[in-house]
Design a protein around this ligand. Structure first.
Ligand SMILES: Nc1nc2c(ncn2[C@@H]2O[C@H](COP(=O)(O)OP(=O)(O)OP(=O)(O)O)[C@@H](O)[C@H]2O)c(=O)[nH]1
Ligand SMILES: [Mg+2]
Length: 304
């Protein structure tokens, strides 16, 4: 129902959201990202099984902005996370495809709240590290974990700088076999690089650790670090204020999305849009003027 775009479902979903308000807020929300092939699915399977072995109930949700192109690597994850998918303490939900990133991430956020109300203690939100989806995930989680590889080229690491700055923890995956030494070396390098970033107001110093998702090594250390983060940020109240800020952010996001949708549904706006787009493409009219023209058609209707 929450993923539905039917108007009656949306109305019911709003009622449900109000109803569950007293029951949300009691989970730890973890965002996990990394480039395709870094081992996100394998890691979530191993880490998830480790958490359920501690008796914790976990929900795994996914935002996949690339799914339209690649037919959704995440959507195949339910089969890749076989053991976790069959674990009675775990729930796995791939995101709906075909919507805009804003729409998908907003729904993911609402499903996260539903899972929280249903008593899941740890919510993992996975996204592919290819662009804006990290920012969306960062703005709905408490803790942001970036998976990396030791051997990645310099240009790739440069590209990841923005994402590295968002990370509370960098995990160098595939630290097994021949890769073990290189991973330890990369760990030191990344740790040094992180020291150069300005300190976050969470007072948490981001860490770098290694793991092997396949050999299930390093998982306890990762969980200990996450618990350390939770302890620090609950004590200095960053945890709570961060969530308050995130709620405001999402209120503004929904306003933006709804306004845009309303604008694009306007009959005269949609009638004039293709022609104005053509003129902007041809360089016949400045982009700003085209936008203003459409907005005054829209506003004229609203006021008149
Ligand atoms: N040696 C080694 N291989 C791993 C490890 N974790 C994952 N792999 C392998 O790396 C490949 C990619 O793993 P996935 O878990 O599918 O990676 P992903 O990040 O989910 O990839 P996408 O869903 O395409 O974004 C698979 O062949 C895994 O078996 C690890 O810890 N060690
Ligand atoms: Mg995957």
């Amino acid at each position: 129902m929450f993923e539905s775009s039917l108007e009656e479902d949306k109305i019911l979903a709003e009622k449900v959201l109000s109803g569950i308000m007293p029951h949300i807020g009691n989970s730890l929300r973890i965002g996990i990202t990394g480039v395709p092939g870094v081992g996100k699915s394998t890691f979530i399977e191993s880490f998830g099984k480790y958490l359920t072995s501690l008796g914790k109930r976990i929900a795994v949700l996914a935002i996949d902005p690339s799914s339209q192109k690649t037919k959704g690597s995440i959507l195949g994850d339910k089969t890749r996370m076989e053991a976790l998918a069959h674990d009675p303490l775990a729930y796995i939900r791939p995101s709906a495809t075909g919507a805009t990133l804003g729409g998908v991430s907003n729904k993911t956020r609402e499903v996260m709240l539903l899972c929280e109300a249903a008593g899941f203690e740890i919510i993992i939100i996975e996204t592919v590290g290819v662009g804006q989806s990290e920012t969306a995930v960062k703005s709905m989680v408490d803790f942001f974990l970036l998976l990396m590889l030791s051997g990645a080229g310099d240009e790739l690491q440069g590209m990841k700088k923005g994402i590295m700055e968002m990370a509370d923890l960098i995990v160098i995956n595939k630290a097994d076999g021949d890769n073990k030494l290189a991973s330890k070396k990369a760990q030191k390098e990344y740790q040094n690089a992180l020291h150069l970033f300005p300190p976050s107001d969470s007072e948490w110093q981001p860490r770098v650790t290694t793991c092997s998702a396949i050999e299930k090594e390093g998982l306890k250390e990762i969980w200990d670090l996450i618990e350390g983060f939770k302890h620090t940020t609950k004590k200095n109240r960053y945890f709570q204020t961060n969530r308050q800020r995130q709620n405001l952010h999402w209120m503004q996001e929904v306003i933006k999305q709804e306004l845009e949708a309303h604008f694009l549904r306007h009959p005269q706006v949609s009638a004039n849009l293709p022609e104005l787009e053509r003129q902007v493409l041809a360089g016949d009219i400045p982009a700003t003027n085209a936008a203003k023209a459409l907005l005054s058609i829209y506003k004229g209707e609203q006021e008149g």
